[in-house]
Unconditional design. Sequence first.
Length: 65
Amino acid sequence: MFNDVDILFTTDISVEGLPDLHRAICSKMSDLSISINCRVDFTLLTLDEFSTKPLRDHAELVKLA
């Protein structure tokens, strides 16, 4: 069993657009948390950030789309 769901989003959006994108994702993840009755956490990285493999378990990520 698990206690929460962790989702990693990557984007090529400009730095200026990141705050709006973060707010939009946060709203959707809140809705998802309520609908599945489970905490949903997310991380938002630019493609440049993601390419540096910053996550401890980077090799274990599962690509969904």
